[in-house]
Design a protein around this ligand. Structure first.
Ligand code: AMP
Length: 274
């Protein structure tokens, strides 16, 4: 596995591999089984698998403590080697952001709902760094988790809006045996917090069962989820179609139920696709 810390070096290296398909998995590190499943999907589909680890400052709010974001670089390197990653890119902030620069505004108003309300400017920062990484790596395929459904939608939207020649591959959410969606942020949770966090996926499952039993009113389904999460601090419970428009009734194969809660200082998101 080649490791690059420098933008020019990785660009030069990848430019030589022209005839090979490049699969790209952007991450913020502290890798877990969720990331590994993205890498495995890329491994199956592409000749060259590139993983980036970059904790992007422009997607964190001033109130969010970027310095506390878990960092496990040595473990991450080993995970990437075991997962047969070809190229690991670990740039410094100054490699990605040369001068102070204004954020690119996300080209969709959907960046300013849900996560975008609770975390203003978050997706502008996400798309800014993803666009830069796309230009550096020039992948044929890029792999994103459905766990971050709004991010996945916005990246897909950016690729379409700016006519980027990249196929975005959505990947299923990987969960703990309890149902809790794997997340680097889970390491912040105490064992008591984890018991509370397990309620999130349970509430989503209950909603799915209700849908299967014939309940299609999104208001009723949201109420059920909120009741199940009554002990937690709910940021939002929302039901949208795949274009992230709110819907009154469930649309089969075109619905996402999204939940965000805070447990102590840890914000957790999860969703289920119907
Ligand atoms: P992050 O390092 O949190 O920025 O995540 C990097 C990529 O991994 C994103 O595309 C996420 O959606 C994806 N990801 C994070 N957690 C999971 C999970 N539990 N299952 C599948 N993909 C995930």
């Amino acid at each position: 596995m080649k490791i690059f810390y420098n933008t020019k070096d990785i660009q030069t290296y990848l430019a030589i591999q022209k005839s090979q398909s490049i699969g790209f998995v952007p991450t913020m590190g502290a890798l877990h089984e969720g990331h590994i499943s993205l890498i495995a999907t890329a491994r199956q589909k592409c000749h060259i698998v590139v993983v980036s680890i970059f904790v992007n400052p422009t997607q964190f709010l001033a109130s969010e403590d970027i310095d506390k974001y878990p960092s496990k670089l040595l473990a991450d390197e080993n995970i990437c080697r075991l997962a047969k990653v070809d190229v690991l890119f670990v740039p410094t902030v100054s490699q990605i952001y040369h001068k102070p620069e204004t954020k690119l505004l996300a080209p969709s108003s959907k960046a300013y709902i849900l996560e975008g309300i609770d975390r203003p400017g978050h997706f502008d920062g996400v798309l800014q760094v993803v666009l830069k990484l796309f230009h550096i790596v020039r992948p044929d395929f890029a792999f994103f988790g459905k766990k971050d459904a709004q991010q996945l939608y916005l990246v897909q939207n950016m690729v379409e809006t700016y006519f980027l020649d990249i196929s975005i591959v959505p990947c299923e959410t990987v969960r703990e045996t309890t149902g809790l969606a794997k997340s680097s942020r889970n390491s912040y949770l105490s064992s008591d917090d984890r018991i509370e966090a397990d309620q999130i996926s349970k509430s989503l499952k209950t909603a799915v069962k209700q849908v299967q039993a014939g309940e299609h009113s999104t208001e009723l389904l949201k109420s059920t989820i909120k009741e199940k999460l009554a002990n937690l601090s709910i940021c939002y419970v929302e039901i949208v179609d795949r274009q992230f428009d709110s819907i009154d009734t469930i649309k089969p194969n075109d619905t996402i139920i999204l939940v965000a809660v805070s447990i102590g200082k840890t914000r957790l998101i999860d969703n289920i696709w119907l």
